[in-house]
Design a protein around this ligand. Structure first.
Ligand code: CAA
Length: 445
Protein backbone atom coordinates (compact mmCIF):
# COMPACT_ATOMS: atom_id res chain seq x y z
CA UNK A 1 0.00 0.00 0.00
CA UNK A 2 1.44 3.43 -0.95
CA UNK A 3 2.24 5.63 2.03
CA UNK A 4 -0.05 8.63 2.62
CA UNK A 5 0.87 11.43 4.96
CA UNK A 6 2.30 14.88 5.44
CA UNK A 7 4.57 15.86 2.58
CA UNK A 8 5.43 19.36 3.78
CA UNK A 9 4.62 21.75 6.57
CA UNK A 10 4.90 25.52 7.01
CA UNK A 11 4.31 27.63 10.09
CA UNK A 12 3.18 31.25 10.22
CA UNK A 13 3.18 33.09 13.53
CA UNK A 14 1.25 36.24 14.37
CA UNK A 15 3.64 39.18 14.07
CA UNK A 16 3.30 40.41 17.68
CA UNK A 17 4.60 38.96 20.92
CA UNK A 18 3.46 39.27 24.53
CA UNK A 19 6.18 38.49 27.05
CA UNK A 20 4.35 36.56 29.79
CA UNK A 21 6.83 36.65 32.71
CA UNK A 22 8.14 40.13 31.78
CA UNK A 23 5.02 42.07 30.73
CA UNK A 24 1.90 40.07 31.66
CA UNK A 25 2.80 38.69 35.12
CA UNK A 26 3.70 42.07 36.71
CA UNK A 27 0.38 43.56 35.53
CA UNK A 28 -1.50 40.63 37.07
CA UNK A 29 0.54 40.89 40.28
CA UNK A 30 1.72 37.33 39.81
CA UNK A 31 5.01 35.50 40.14
CA UNK A 32 6.64 35.20 36.67
CA UNK A 33 7.41 31.56 37.49
CA UNK A 34 3.70 30.75 37.36
CA UNK A 35 4.13 31.25 33.60
CA UNK A 36 7.63 29.91 32.96
CA UNK A 37 7.50 26.96 35.37
CA UNK A 38 3.78 26.38 36.08
CA UNK A 39 2.18 26.81 32.66
CA UNK A 40 5.54 26.42 30.89
CA UNK A 41 5.14 29.50 28.69
CA UNK A 42 7.54 32.36 27.91
CA UNK A 43 5.45 34.28 25.41
CA UNK A 44 2.29 34.37 23.29
CA UNK A 45 2.02 35.29 19.62
CA UNK A 46 -0.60 37.86 18.62
CA UNK A 47 -1.98 39.05 15.30
CA UNK A 48 -1.09 42.60 14.29
CA UNK A 49 -4.02 44.82 13.24
CA UNK A 50 -3.77 43.67 9.58
CA UNK A 51 -3.61 39.96 10.47
CA UNK A 52 -6.36 37.39 11.03
CA UNK A 53 -7.02 33.68 10.48
CA UNK A 54 -7.18 34.20 6.70
CA UNK A 55 -3.91 36.13 6.34
CA UNK A 56 -1.98 33.75 8.60
CA UNK A 57 -3.42 30.67 6.87
CA UNK A 58 -2.86 32.06 3.38
CA UNK A 59 0.69 33.15 4.26
CA UNK A 60 1.59 29.68 5.57
CA UNK A 61 0.02 28.06 2.49
CA UNK A 62 1.78 30.46 0.11
CA UNK A 63 5.19 29.73 1.65
CA UNK A 64 4.47 26.02 1.38
CA UNK A 65 3.39 26.20 -2.27
CA UNK A 66 6.38 28.33 -3.23
CA UNK A 67 8.84 26.03 -1.50
CA UNK A 68 7.37 22.89 -3.05
CA UNK A 69 7.04 24.51 -6.50
CA UNK A 70 3.25 23.91 -6.59
CA UNK A 71 0.61 25.51 -8.78
CA UNK A 72 -3.13 25.65 -7.97
CA UNK A 73 -3.77 22.69 -10.32
CA UNK A 74 -1.68 20.48 -8.02
CA UNK A 75 -4.16 20.98 -5.16
CA UNK A 76 -7.45 19.00 -5.13
CA UNK A 77 -8.74 20.05 -1.68
CA UNK A 78 -8.33 22.98 0.67
CA UNK A 79 -9.56 22.29 4.19
CA UNK A 80 -9.30 24.92 6.87
CA UNK A 81 -9.58 23.89 10.51
CA UNK A 82 -10.37 26.72 12.89
CA UNK A 83 -12.36 27.62 15.95
CA UNK A 84 -11.99 31.34 15.27
CA UNK A 85 -14.19 31.54 12.19
CA UNK A 86 -16.09 34.78 11.52
CA UNK A 87 -18.76 33.48 9.14
CA UNK A 88 -21.35 30.74 9.68
CA UNK A 89 -21.75 30.10 5.95
CA UNK A 90 -18.79 31.05 3.77
CA UNK A 91 -15.76 28.93 4.70
CA UNK A 92 -12.35 30.43 5.42
CA UNK A 93 -10.88 28.15 2.74
CA UNK A 94 -12.62 30.21 0.03
CA UNK A 95 -10.98 33.37 1.38
CA UNK A 96 -7.61 31.59 1.47
CA UNK A 97 -8.05 30.39 -2.12
CA UNK A 98 -9.00 33.96 -3.12
CA UNK A 99 -5.78 35.25 -1.57
CA UNK A 100 -3.63 32.62 -3.29
CA UNK A 101 -5.29 33.30 -6.65
CA UNK A 102 -3.96 36.87 -6.40
CA UNK A 103 -0.41 35.57 -6.65
CA UNK A 104 -0.78 32.56 -8.98
CA UNK A 105 -1.84 32.49 -12.62
CA UNK A 106 -4.10 29.47 -12.14
CA UNK A 107 -7.11 29.03 -9.87
CA UNK A 108 -8.60 26.54 -7.41
CA UNK A 109 -11.99 26.22 -9.10
CA UNK A 110 -11.75 22.41 -9.19
CA UNK A 111 -10.55 22.00 -5.62
CA UNK A 112 -13.04 20.85 -2.97
CA UNK A 113 -13.04 23.38 -0.10
CA UNK A 114 -14.39 23.19 3.39
CA UNK A 115 -14.06 24.19 6.99
CA UNK A 116 -13.72 21.74 9.86
CA UNK A 117 -14.89 22.46 13.38
CA UNK A 118 -14.34 20.47 16.51
CA UNK A 119 -12.32 22.78 18.74
CA UNK A 120 -8.58 22.06 18.58
CA UNK A 121 -8.88 18.55 17.13
CA UNK A 122 -10.25 19.83 13.80
CA UNK A 123 -6.74 20.17 12.31
CA UNK A 124 -6.11 16.47 12.83
CA UNK A 125 -9.60 15.64 11.56
CA UNK A 126 -8.79 17.55 8.38
CA UNK A 127 -5.67 15.40 7.98
CA UNK A 128 -7.99 12.39 8.25
CA UNK A 129 -10.30 13.78 5.57
CA UNK A 130 -7.36 14.30 3.24
CA UNK A 131 -5.92 10.86 4.02
CA UNK A 132 -9.29 9.19 3.34
CA UNK A 133 -9.78 11.14 0.10
CA UNK A 134 -6.40 9.99 -1.17
CA UNK A 135 -6.86 6.39 0.03
CA UNK A 136 -10.28 6.28 -1.67
CA UNK A 137 -8.52 7.12 -4.96
CA UNK A 138 -10.53 10.29 -5.50
CA UNK A 139 -7.59 12.71 -5.63
CA UNK A 140 -6.68 12.39 -9.34
CA UNK A 141 -3.00 12.53 -8.42
CA UNK A 142 -3.45 15.82 -6.59
CA UNK A 143 -2.55 16.73 -3.01
CA UNK A 144 -4.65 18.27 -0.25
CA UNK A 145 -3.85 21.51 1.52
CA UNK A 146 -4.80 21.41 5.20
CA UNK A 147 -4.58 24.69 7.08
CA UNK A 148 -5.01 24.95 10.84
CA UNK A 149 -5.38 28.63 11.75
CA UNK A 150 -6.56 30.36 14.91
CA UNK A 151 -6.52 33.55 16.89
CA UNK A 152 -6.82 32.00 20.35
CA UNK A 153 -7.86 35.07 22.28
CA UNK A 154 -9.71 35.00 25.61
CA UNK A 155 -11.74 37.76 27.26
CA UNK A 156 -9.61 40.17 29.25
CA UNK A 157 -9.39 38.94 32.85
CA UNK A 158 -10.30 35.32 31.99
CA UNK A 159 -7.88 32.73 33.44
CA UNK A 160 -7.25 31.57 29.87
CA UNK A 161 -5.78 35.00 28.99
CA UNK A 162 -2.40 33.58 30.04
CA UNK A 163 -2.57 30.88 27.36
CA UNK A 164 -3.50 32.96 24.29
CA UNK A 165 -1.79 32.66 20.92
CA UNK A 166 -2.21 33.21 17.19
CA UNK A 167 -0.76 31.41 14.21
CA UNK A 168 -1.30 29.00 11.36
CA UNK A 169 0.14 25.69 10.19
CA UNK A 170 -0.21 24.65 6.55
CA UNK A 171 0.30 21.00 5.64
CA UNK A 172 0.43 19.28 2.28
CA UNK A 173 -1.07 15.78 2.35
CA UNK A 174 0.11 13.51 -0.44
CA UNK A 175 0.91 10.01 -1.55
CA UNK A 176 4.52 9.01 -0.89
CA UNK A 177 5.09 11.93 1.50
CA UNK A 178 8.47 13.46 2.37
CA UNK A 179 7.81 14.12 6.07
CA UNK A 180 5.65 11.53 7.88
CA UNK A 181 3.36 8.66 6.93
CA UNK A 182 0.09 8.51 8.92
CA UNK A 183 -0.97 5.19 10.43
CA UNK A 184 -4.28 3.66 9.39
CA UNK A 185 -4.81 2.76 13.07
CA UNK A 186 -6.44 5.38 15.26
CA UNK A 187 -7.99 5.51 18.70
CA UNK A 188 -10.74 7.85 19.88
CA UNK A 189 -11.98 9.08 23.25
CA UNK A 190 -15.07 11.21 22.74
CA UNK A 191 -17.93 12.40 24.98
CA UNK A 192 -20.49 15.19 25.28
CA UNK A 193 -18.62 17.57 27.63
CA UNK A 194 -19.08 21.20 28.64
CA UNK A 195 -15.55 22.36 29.40
CA UNK A 196 -14.84 25.01 26.76
CA UNK A 197 -17.28 26.42 24.20
CA UNK A 198 -18.13 29.49 22.13
CA UNK A 199 -21.91 29.58 21.66
CA UNK A 200 -21.92 32.16 18.85
CA UNK A 201 -19.47 34.35 20.73
CA UNK A 202 -15.91 35.38 19.95
CA UNK A 203 -14.22 34.63 23.27
CA UNK A 204 -14.64 31.21 24.87
CA UNK A 205 -16.60 30.32 28.01
CA UNK A 206 -14.16 28.10 29.85
CA UNK A 207 -14.22 25.96 32.94
CA UNK A 208 -10.42 25.87 33.03
CA UNK A 209 -9.86 23.33 35.81
CA UNK A 210 -12.50 20.99 34.38
CA UNK A 211 -11.06 21.34 30.89
CA UNK A 212 -7.77 19.95 32.21
CA UNK A 213 -9.55 16.91 33.68
CA UNK A 214 -11.57 16.34 30.50
CA UNK A 215 -8.39 16.49 28.37
CA UNK A 216 -6.81 13.79 30.54
CA UNK A 217 -9.90 11.56 30.64
CA UNK A 218 -10.54 11.65 26.90
CA UNK A 219 -6.83 11.19 26.07
CA UNK A 220 -6.70 8.11 28.26
CA UNK A 221 -9.76 6.66 26.52
CA UNK A 222 -8.16 7.37 23.13
CA UNK A 223 -4.95 5.56 24.12
CA UNK A 224 -6.96 2.51 25.19
CA UNK A 225 -8.94 2.58 21.96
CA UNK A 226 -5.72 2.90 19.93
CA UNK A 227 -4.24 -0.08 21.79
CA UNK A 228 -7.33 -2.13 20.96
CA UNK A 229 -6.49 -1.86 17.25
CA UNK A 230 -2.72 -1.38 17.18
CA UNK A 231 -1.65 -3.47 20.20
CA UNK A 232 -0.13 -2.27 23.47
CA UNK A 233 1.86 0.93 23.29
CA UNK A 234 5.53 0.50 24.24
CA UNK A 235 7.07 3.89 24.73
CA UNK A 236 10.48 2.73 23.52
CA UNK A 237 8.88 2.25 20.08
CA UNK A 238 8.26 6.00 19.74
CA UNK A 239 10.96 8.64 19.40
CA UNK A 240 8.59 11.48 20.35
CA UNK A 241 5.02 11.88 21.53
CA UNK A 242 3.65 15.23 20.29
CA UNK A 243 0.41 16.11 22.11
CA UNK A 244 -2.08 18.94 21.78
CA UNK A 245 -0.40 21.71 23.78
CA UNK A 246 -2.72 24.44 25.11
CA UNK A 247 0.25 25.19 27.38
CA UNK A 248 3.26 22.94 28.11
CA UNK A 249 2.15 22.34 31.73
CA UNK A 250 -0.90 20.50 30.36
CA UNK A 251 1.32 18.11 28.43
CA UNK A 252 3.41 17.56 31.56
CA UNK A 253 0.27 16.21 33.25
CA UNK A 254 -0.82 14.14 30.22
CA UNK A 255 2.63 12.61 29.76
CA UNK A 256 2.79 11.38 33.36
CA UNK A 257 -0.65 9.82 33.10
CA UNK A 258 0.19 8.19 29.76
CA UNK A 259 3.47 6.84 31.15
CA UNK A 260 1.75 5.30 34.17
CA UNK A 261 -0.86 3.72 31.91
CA UNK A 262 1.54 2.15 29.44
CA UNK A 263 4.06 0.78 31.97
CA UNK A 264 1.33 -0.99 33.96
CA UNK A 265 1.95 -4.79 34.02
CA UNK A 266 5.26 -4.39 32.18
CA UNK A 267 8.86 -5.01 33.13
CA UNK A 268 9.28 -1.23 33.56
CA UNK A 269 6.72 -1.25 36.39
CA UNK A 270 8.58 -4.19 37.98
CA UNK A 271 11.95 -2.49 37.64
CA UNK A 272 10.60 0.66 39.30
CA UNK A 273 8.87 -1.32 42.07
CA UNK A 274 11.95 -1.47 44.32
CA UNK A 275 12.16 2.30 44.27
CA UNK A 276 8.49 3.41 44.37
CA UNK A 277 6.38 0.25 44.77
CA UNK A 278 3.92 -1.18 42.22
CA UNK A 279 1.00 0.83 40.91
CA UNK A 280 -2.08 0.80 43.14
CA UNK A 281 -4.87 -1.48 41.83
CA UNK A 282 -8.49 -0.41 42.44
CA UNK A 283 -9.48 -3.84 43.75
CA UNK A 284 -7.04 -3.50 46.66
CA UNK A 285 -8.91 -0.48 48.09
CA UNK A 286 -12.18 -0.23 50.01
CA UNK A 287 -13.08 3.20 48.68
CA UNK A 288 -12.54 5.07 45.45
CA UNK A 289 -11.10 7.96 47.44
CA UNK A 290 -8.43 5.77 49.05
CA UNK A 291 -7.52 4.39 45.61
CA UNK A 292 -7.26 7.90 44.14
CA UNK A 293 -5.05 9.07 47.03
CA UNK A 294 -2.75 6.10 46.50
CA UNK A 295 -2.62 6.79 42.76
CA UNK A 296 -1.71 10.41 43.42
CA UNK A 297 1.13 9.34 45.75
CA UNK A 298 2.37 6.85 43.15
CA UNK A 299 2.35 9.51 40.41
CA UNK A 300 4.21 11.97 42.65
CA UNK A 301 6.92 9.36 43.18
CA UNK A 302 6.94 8.23 39.54
CA UNK A 303 7.62 11.71 38.20
CA UNK A 304 10.77 11.96 40.34
CA UNK A 305 12.32 8.70 39.08
CA UNK A 306 15.34 8.95 36.75
CA UNK A 307 13.67 6.58 34.33
CA UNK A 308 10.59 8.78 33.91
CA UNK A 309 12.60 12.00 33.81
CA UNK A 310 14.88 10.64 31.09
CA UNK A 311 11.90 9.54 28.96
CA UNK A 312 10.22 12.93 29.45
CA UNK A 313 13.43 14.79 28.50
CA UNK A 314 13.85 12.69 25.35
CA UNK A 315 10.30 12.11 24.09
CA UNK A 316 8.20 15.00 25.40
CA UNK A 317 10.27 18.08 26.21
CA UNK A 318 11.47 18.55 22.58
CA UNK A 319 7.83 18.75 21.43
CA UNK A 320 7.26 21.88 23.52
CA UNK A 321 9.95 24.27 22.28
CA UNK A 322 7.82 26.30 19.83
CA UNK A 323 4.73 26.22 22.03
CA UNK A 324 6.68 27.82 24.90
CA UNK A 325 7.25 30.88 22.70
CA UNK A 326 3.82 31.18 21.04
CA UNK A 327 1.09 29.94 23.44
CA UNK A 328 -2.00 28.09 22.25
CA UNK A 329 -2.70 27.92 18.52
CA UNK A 330 -5.75 25.69 19.07
CA UNK A 331 -6.09 23.66 15.81
CA UNK A 332 -2.41 24.15 14.95
CA UNK A 333 -1.06 23.28 18.37
CA UNK A 334 -0.40 19.54 17.97
CA UNK A 335 1.11 20.23 14.56
CA UNK A 336 3.64 22.68 15.97
CA UNK A 337 4.43 20.05 18.63
CA UNK A 338 5.37 17.58 15.85
CA UNK A 339 7.41 20.28 14.10
CA UNK A 340 9.19 21.21 17.35
CA UNK A 341 10.24 17.62 17.95
CA UNK A 342 11.59 17.13 14.43
CA UNK A 343 13.34 20.49 14.58
CA UNK A 344 15.05 19.52 17.84
CA UNK A 345 16.04 16.18 16.27
CA UNK A 346 17.60 18.01 13.33
CA UNK A 347 19.50 20.37 15.63
CA UNK A 348 20.77 17.36 17.63
CA UNK A 349 21.91 15.61 14.44
CA UNK A 350 19.58 12.68 15.11
CA UNK A 351 18.66 10.34 12.26
CA UNK A 352 14.89 10.15 12.33
CA UNK A 353 14.16 8.18 9.16
CA UNK A 354 11.77 5.29 9.98
CA UNK A 355 11.44 6.47 13.59
CA UNK A 356 7.87 6.61 14.90
CA UNK A 357 5.84 9.33 16.61
CA UNK A 358 2.81 8.81 18.85
CA UNK A 359 0.53 11.75 18.18
CA UNK A 360 -2.20 12.81 20.64
CA UNK A 361 -4.76 15.41 19.48
CA UNK A 362 -7.52 16.91 21.57
CA UNK A 363 -10.50 19.18 21.12
CA UNK A 364 -12.73 20.48 23.89
CA UNK A 365 -16.34 19.45 23.86
CA UNK A 366 -14.65 16.86 23.77
CA UNK A 367 -12.60 14.38 21.75
CA UNK A 368 -9.09 12.98 21.83
CA UNK A 369 -7.44 11.02 19.04
CA UNK A 370 -4.26 8.94 18.99
CA UNK A 371 -2.43 7.75 15.90
CA UNK A 372 1.13 6.87 14.95
CA UNK A 373 3.36 8.44 12.31
CA UNK A 374 6.49 7.10 10.63
CA UNK A 375 9.15 9.63 9.70
CA UNK A 376 10.08 9.54 6.01
CA UNK A 377 13.52 9.98 4.49
CA UNK A 378 12.83 13.50 3.18
CA UNK A 379 12.23 14.82 6.72
CA UNK A 380 15.55 16.64 7.13
CA UNK A 381 15.10 18.78 4.03
CA UNK A 382 11.53 19.61 5.05
CA UNK A 383 12.43 20.65 8.57
CA UNK A 384 15.56 22.56 7.48
CA UNK A 385 13.29 24.71 5.31
CA UNK A 386 11.29 26.02 8.28
CA UNK A 387 12.06 29.62 9.21
CA UNK A 388 10.07 29.64 12.42
CA UNK A 389 13.02 30.80 14.56
CA UNK A 390 13.47 33.89 12.37
CA UNK A 391 9.74 34.60 12.47
CA UNK A 392 9.67 34.36 16.26
CA UNK A 393 12.72 36.59 16.64
CA UNK A 394 11.23 39.25 14.35
CA UNK A 395 7.95 39.65 16.27
CA UNK A 396 7.27 43.07 17.74
CA UNK A 397 7.47 42.84 21.54
CA UNK A 398 4.39 44.63 22.94
CA UNK A 399 4.32 46.62 26.14
CA UNK A 400 1.18 46.50 28.28
CA UNK A 401 -0.57 49.44 26.56
CA UNK A 402 0.15 47.93 23.13
CA UNK A 403 -1.38 44.66 24.32
CA UNK A 404 -4.54 46.35 25.60
CA UNK A 405 -4.93 48.21 22.31
CA UNK A 406 -4.43 45.18 20.08
CA UNK A 407 -6.74 43.01 22.17
CA UNK A 408 -9.44 45.69 21.80
CA UNK A 409 -8.74 46.01 18.07
CA UNK A 410 -9.41 42.29 17.59
CA UNK A 411 -12.49 42.32 19.83
CA UNK A 412 -15.49 42.07 17.47
CA UNK A 413 -17.65 44.02 19.91
CA UNK A 414 -15.37 47.05 20.00
CA UNK A 415 -14.90 49.53 17.25
CA UNK A 416 -11.24 50.35 17.72
CA UNK A 417 -8.70 51.17 15.02
CA UNK A 418 -5.08 50.64 15.89
CA UNK A 419 -2.02 51.65 13.89
CA UNK A 420 -0.09 48.56 12.85
CA UNK A 421 2.98 47.83 14.98
CA UNK A 422 4.89 46.03 12.22
CA UNK A 423 5.34 46.65 8.50
CA UNK A 424 3.99 43.83 6.35
CA UNK A 425 6.29 42.53 3.68
CA UNK A 426 5.68 39.73 1.16
CA UNK A 427 2.47 38.69 2.86
CA UNK A 428 -1.32 38.86 2.64
CA UNK A 429 -2.98 41.55 4.74
CA UNK A 430 -6.54 42.42 5.73
CA UNK A 431 -7.66 45.30 3.53
CA UNK A 432 -11.07 46.38 4.85
CA UNK A 433 -14.68 45.41 4.31
CA UNK A 434 -16.70 44.72 1.17
CA UNK A 435 -20.28 45.76 0.44
CA UNK A 436 -21.82 42.60 1.97
CA UNK A 437 -19.66 42.70 5.06
CA UNK A 438 -17.11 40.33 3.57
CA UNK A 439 -13.44 40.73 4.37
CA UNK A 440 -11.01 41.91 1.69
CA UNK A 441 -7.38 40.96 1.39
CA UNK A 442 -4.41 42.02 -0.66
CA UNK A 443 -0.83 40.87 -1.13
CA UNK A 444 1.87 43.30 -0.01
CA UNK A 445 5.15 42.99 -1.94
N1 CAA B 1 5.92 28.81 40.42
C1 CAA B 1 5.74 27.60 39.82
N2 CAA B 1 4.50 27.12 39.47
C2 CAA B 1 3.43 27.88 39.74
C3 CAA B 1 3.54 29.14 40.37
C4 CAA B 1 4.86 29.59 40.71
N3 CAA B 1 5.05 30.76 41.30
N4 CAA B 1 2.31 29.64 40.51
C5 CAA B 1 1.43 28.74 39.99
N5 CAA B 1 2.12 27.68 39.51
C6 CAA B 1 1.58 26.50 38.85
C7 CAA B 1 0.34 25.92 39.51
O1 CAA B 1 0.67 25.06 40.58
C8 CAA B 1 -0.31 25.20 38.34
O2 CAA B 1 0.35 23.99 38.08
P1 CAA B 1 -0.37 22.58 38.45
O3 CAA B 1 -1.69 22.58 37.72
O4 CAA B 1 0.58 21.55 37.95
O5 CAA B 1 -0.55 22.60 39.94
C9 CAA B 1 0.03 26.11 37.14
O6 CAA B 1 1.13 26.92 37.56
C10 CAA B 1 -1.10 27.05 36.73
O7 CAA B 1 -1.52 27.75 37.88
P2 CAA B 1 -3.06 27.88 38.23
O8 CAA B 1 -3.75 26.57 38.10
O9 CAA B 1 -3.20 28.62 39.50
O10 CAA B 1 -3.49 28.83 37.02
P3 CAA B 1 -4.88 29.47 36.71
O11 CAA B 1 -5.91 29.07 37.69
O12 CAA B 1 -4.64 30.92 36.53
O13 CAA B 1 -5.30 28.87 35.29
C11 CAA B 1 -5.76 27.33 33.57
C12 CAA B 1 -4.77 27.73 34.66
C13 CAA B 1 -7.04 26.81 34.23
C14 CAA B 1 -5.17 26.22 32.72
C15 CAA B 1 -6.11 28.57 32.70
O14 CAA B 1 -4.96 29.05 32.08
C16 CAA B 1 -7.16 28.31 31.66
O15 CAA B 1 -8.37 28.39 31.91
N6 CAA B 1 -6.73 28.05 30.36
C17 CAA B 1 -7.65 27.86 29.26
C18 CAA B 1 -8.21 26.46 29.22
C19 CAA B 1 -7.16 25.45 28.84
O16 CAA B 1 -6.17 25.73 28.20
N7 CAA B 1 -7.41 24.19 29.23
C20 CAA B 1 -6.53 23.10 28.87
C21 CAA B 1 -7.29 21.84 28.60
S1 CAA B 1 -8.56 22.17 27.38
C22 CAA B 1 -7.73 22.18 25.88
O17 CAA B 1 -6.63 21.69 25.78
C23 CAA B 1 -8.40 22.81 24.70
C24 CAA B 1 -7.79 24.13 24.46
O18 CAA B 1 -6.82 24.22 23.75
C25 CAA B 1 -8.35 25.30 25.12
Amino acid sequence: MTAVGIDAIEIWTGNLKLDLPGTFAPQKGEDPEKYTKGLGLNASSFPDSYEDIVTMGANAAHRLMERKGLEPDDIGRIDVATESSFDNSKPVSTYVAGCLEQVYDGDFHHANKGERKFACIAGTQSLDDAYNWIRAGRNRGRSALVIATDTALYARGDAGEATQGAGAVAMLISEDPDLVELSAEQGYGSADETDFLKPNQQFPSVDGKRSVQVYLARMREAVEDYESVAGDVHLDDFAYAPFHTPFPGMVRKAALLAYRHVIRNTSVEEELADEIGRQPRAEAFDTDEAYRDALRDYMDSLKETDRYREWYAEAIDPTLSISREVGNWYTGSVHIARASALKEALEDGRDMTDERLLVGSYGSGAQAEIHAETVQDGWEKEIEALNVDEQLAERYDMDWEDYEEIHDAHNHEMDVDVEEFTTPSEEFVFDGWGRMGERKYRYVE
